[in-house]
Write a protein that binds this ligand. Structure first.
Ligand SMILES: Cc1cc2nc3c(=O)[nH]c(=O)nc-3n(C[C@H](O)[C@H](O)[C@H](O)COP(=O)(O)OP(=O)(O)OC[C@H]3O[C@@H](n4cnc5c(N)ncnc54)[C@H](O)[C@@H]3O)c2cc1C
Length: 497
């Protein structure tokens, strides 16, 4: 069997790339192979991630404090710019019928940074001053008044001892995204426009042929039948499974890369009265030594039209690279090409190991105690523990050893016939810029010809919106309208406690 494009995995990355390619090259055949029986059943599933439309409005790890007390906003600008690209693609997709019903996948929710303690309050004031002046963060508010705090965040204000000073950075421009619903809508479009999505199909191997194409070996998990599909281009959007498949492909670019799995757990609220008392995504500060993805947050979710509330993440640990992966995933990913990187990280990341051990030692009561830092009056019986998706942090060769990274990395062969995505942060929010990057790296000759269509989909393509305030305003207002985020009646007001 021959096809133009094979996309491995039916998560948000493959779905986004598939939707882009169907519009850019409608004549190309596209086949998506997914080992599970449904789309978005791993990290892209709504409850497997936090659904934050990461735009650095509230995540304090993107605005580190300098030694002189000032705040570095470079990372925040970059993350925000990337989310504006995703918003534009989704808005355009709604207007052209690629997507339907924005309420099904994106909802407006205030994004809030929260700190307590005098030093942290000082930091948040400096963060506000550094960000509020920038067009991308226009409208951000600084709040340190206990009455206003409790009016906006009743669940967090109730029972709080305000002798410990608190502060918030508040933005009304935040979103909650159900990346599972979005993935399904995009894949529906891929199928409806001529692509094929094969479920229960495990990609076992990928091997380069002498003519530059790839043989993809696929096992049908329902029938046991194995087949080989020949493709001109392969994208490995297998999430945690990407490292193994890229290693199997034998491309030199994957040498030196490894993965370190970190699983997560949430406390999910089961009491509708509590859920109604909170309407915001509130991010705190990670404890000293903890990795960036461990930042605690109390998060309103909107899934299937219903509000929900989660708190976490609490780190867990398993050697699996996918939630439905194998215990041998980590050991079998160690190869001669990445052994030194892995060992190097083992030596330098003792802080992470210490953090994971302390998290694993937490009892149910300890977890509720951590939650009480946000919502002092909660009791354990209103919350259930659920397992989140599995993250595989990227390990990259550095010098003679390796370094652990918390971002994502696009890996592609020099000839552009195969690419894949490693890592998990800022994750699904940056699916569109990440997949545009794949197109640019792998289809350099065609990319220029695609520009008019791509600029239709993402009008600000190639521009820095932070440097063009008028364009930012135009694009932001357009996407807000198209995604129906400007409809203020969609933001639930929290009920008082
Ligand atoms: C706890 C947690 C919280 C997060 N919070 C956020 C957040 O708030 N905001 C945000 O933007 N991002 C967040 N992320 C990151 C985000 O979820 C991921 O970056 C994104 O979902 C990855 O999408 P993907 O398509 O690459 O992978 P996935 O969604 O994992 O999809 C990969 C697919 O490939 C399939 N597959 C694997 N191997 C094979 C094979 N051999 N053959 C066939 N199919 C295969 C899998 O079954 C799976 O369906 C979070 C992640 C986690 C784990």
């Amino acid at each position: 069997m021959k096809t133009d494009v094979v996309l491995v995995g039916a998560g948000i990355m493959s779905a986004t790339l598939g939707a882009l390619l169907r519009q850019l090259e409608p004549e190309w055949s596209i086949d998506v192979y997914e080992r599970l029986d449904a789309a978005a059943a791993e990290s892209s599933d709504a409850w497997n991630n936090a659904g934050t439309g990461h735009s650095a409005l509230c995540e304090l790890n993107y605005t580190p404090q300098n030694k002189d007390g000032s705040v570095d906003i470079a990372k925040a600008l970059n993350v925000n710019e990337q989310f504006q690209v995703s918003r534009q693609f989704w808005a355009h997709s709604l207007e052209t019928g690629v997507l339907s019903d924005p309420k099904n996948f994106i909802n407006p929710i205030p994004h809030v940074s929260f700190v307590h303690g005098a030093d942290n309050v000082k930091y948040l004031r400096a963060r506000y001053e550094a960000l509020a002046a920038n067009p991308l963060f226009e409208g951000m508010e600084y709040i340190d008044n206990p009455e206003e705090f409790t009016r906006r965040l009743p669940l967090m204000g109730a029972g709080r001892d305000f002798s410990d000073p608190v502060a918030l950075n508040w933005s009304d421009e935040g979103t909650d995204v159900d990346f599972g619903a979005l993935t399904r809508q995009l894949l529906n479009y891929v199928s409806a426009s001529g692509g094929t999505v094969h479920f229960g199909s495990d990609v076992k191997n990928i091997s380069k042929q002498s003519d530059g194409t790839w043989d993809v070996k696929v096992a049908n998990l329902r029938t046991g039948v194995k087949k080989t599909v020949n493709a001109k281009f392969v994208f490995v959007g297998a999430g945690g499974g990407a490292l193994h498949l890229l290693q199997k492909s034998g491309i030199k670019e994957i040498k030196g890369f490894g993965g370190f799995p970190v699983s997560g757990e949430w406390l999910r609220c089961t009491n509708p009265e509590l859920i109604a008392q909170h309407s915001a995504k509130v991010y705190g500060k990670a404890s000293v030594g903890a990795p960036p993805m461990s930042v605690p947050h109390l998060d309103t979710r909107v899934i299937g039209g219903k509000p929900g509330l989660l708190f976490g993440p609490y780190a867990g640990w398993s050697p699996k690279f996918l939630k439905q992966g194998k215990l041998t995933d980590l050991p079998s990913s160690v190869k001669p090409g990445n052994l030194m990187s892995m060992l190097g990280v083992g030596v330098t990341e003792l802080g992470l190991v210490k953090y994971l051990v302390s998290e694993l030692a937490q009892s149910e009561a300890d977890r509720v105690e951590t939650l009480r830092e946000f919502a002092p009056k909660v009791i354990g019986k209103d919350w259930e523990l659920v397992t989140a998706g599995q993250r595989v942090q990227v390990i990259r060769k550095k010098g003679r050893g390796g370094v652990l990274e918390f971002g994502t990395a696009v890996i592609n062969a020099e000839d552009g016939t195969i690419a894949g995505l490693l890592g998990a942060s800022p994750g699904a929010s940056t699916a569109v810029p990440a997949m545009l990057d794949v197109l640019k790296r792998c289809f350099g000759d065609r990319y220029t010809g695609w520009q008019p269509k791509l600029k239709d989909m993402v009008p600000s393509l190639g521009k820095k919106l932070a440097e063009e305030p008028a364009l930012f305003r135009e694009v932001f207002d357009w996407t807000s309208k198209s995604l129906q985020l400007d409809d203020t009646s969609r933001v639930a007001q929290p009920t008082g406690v």
